[in-house]
Design a protein around this ligand. Structure first.
Ligand SMILES: Cc1cc2nc3c(=O)[nH]c(=O)nc-3n(C[C@H](O)[C@H](O)[C@H](O)COP(=O)(O)OP(=O)(O)OC[C@H]3O[C@@H](n4cnc5c(N)ncnc54)[C@H](O)[C@@H]3O)c2cc1C
Ligand code: FES
Length: 258
């Protein structure tokens, strides 16, 4: 069930350059059904900025009614959110969208998780759930530079973790696809979230393999009513377009035209 909740900020810390982690508590957290779902946050009580900001759920604990978000304080809305103090509440709509289907791989199988920048957070809960189910996870996480890297230890605690930076200041130098070409991984399913060119490159590299891609499209309503997030599909006859907010943000490989 989608709720509009006043969630209380229980903790907040800076993880990397402009990257904030925030733990929120409220009934909404009990409604989360899968890793990769997102929330839509109203950052002020006034009409400026008017639109909510979509942010992925990085991890959750339904029993404790808590969830963690990780976001880059960049534009006006996310900067306002980053400045909020621990103890106050924020207006959160969610959980929204359809997340990653974590139940598919069998125990003992290896899966590949590929994240880019601010697309890394939703892969964390996914990895936790896959690992708990006995699945072996390999993470390949791409960032611009060393100061933008976050959650390396958290992912490493779950499985093999490769850090890749565009400028080579941390981990391997290059893009995630360079690392995957140089050191191939034998896996059954891949899951990826990040900038569209990265999603496209990963999908191309593993054409024919089962995979799931999470898209970050600009959004208005977040609930399927405004058509702001429409994307064309490759299924032009049966389903020419999808709404990222309500049909996604996660789609099987080969569905969205990128
Ligand atoms: C499903 C989903 C999950 C996301 N998860 C995260 C996350 O976990 N962490 C994180 O840092 N960012 C995430 N994003 C991107 C994030 O929503 C935008 O970066 C953020 O809304 C920009 O807001 P701003 O106030 O910083 O920028 P502004 O420039 O003030 O934003 C202006 C408008 O553009 C929209 N917008 C700008 N960039 C994007 C973008 N890349 N994607 C979608 N809308 C955008 C904003 O929502 C807002 O309506 C996600 C986006 C989507 C769609
Ligand atoms: S954001 Fe309004 S329909 Fe998707």
């Amino acid at each position: 069930m989608i709720l509009q909740d006043k969630m209380v900020i229980r903790s907040k810390r800076q993880l990397a350059d402009r990257i904030m982690e925030m733990e929120l508590e409220g009934e909404l957290a009990a409604e989360i059904t899968s890793p990769g779902q997102f929330v839509h946050i109203r950052v002020t009580d006034t009409y400026e900025p008017l639109l909510r900001r979509p942010i992925s759920i990085a991890s959750y604990d339904r029993d404790r009614r808590r969830m963690t978000i990780i976001f880059r304080a960049e534009g006006r809305g996310t900067q306002i959110l980053a400045e909020k103090a621990v103890g106050i509440s924020v207006d959160v709509l969610g959980p929204l969208g359809n997340g990653f289907p974590s139940g598919q791989p069998k125990p003992g199988e290896t899966v590949l998780l590929v994240g880019g920048g601010i697309g890394v957070p939703p892969l964390y809960q996914l990895s936790k759930e896959l690992t708990a189910a006995g699945v072996r996870v390999v993470h390949v996480l791409g960032f611009q530079t060393a100061s933008a890297v976050f959650y390396e230890q958290e992912f490493s605690a779950l499985g093999e973790t490769r850090i890749v930076t565009a400028d080579g200041t941390a981990g391997e130098k290059g893009f995630v696809t360079d690392s995957l070409r140089a050191h191939p991984v034998d896996f059954s399913v891949y899951y990826t979230c990040g900038p569209t060119p990265m999603l496209s490159a990963v999908q191309e590299a593993y054409a024919g393999k089962p995979g799931y891609l999470s898209f970050e499209q600009r959004m208005g309503c977040g609930i399927g009513a405004c058509f702001a997030c429409v994307c064309e599909t490759k299924e032009t006859d049966s389903r020419p377009y999808v709404k990222v907010c309500s049909d996604g943000p996660v789609f099987p490989a080969g569905v969205v035209a990128i």
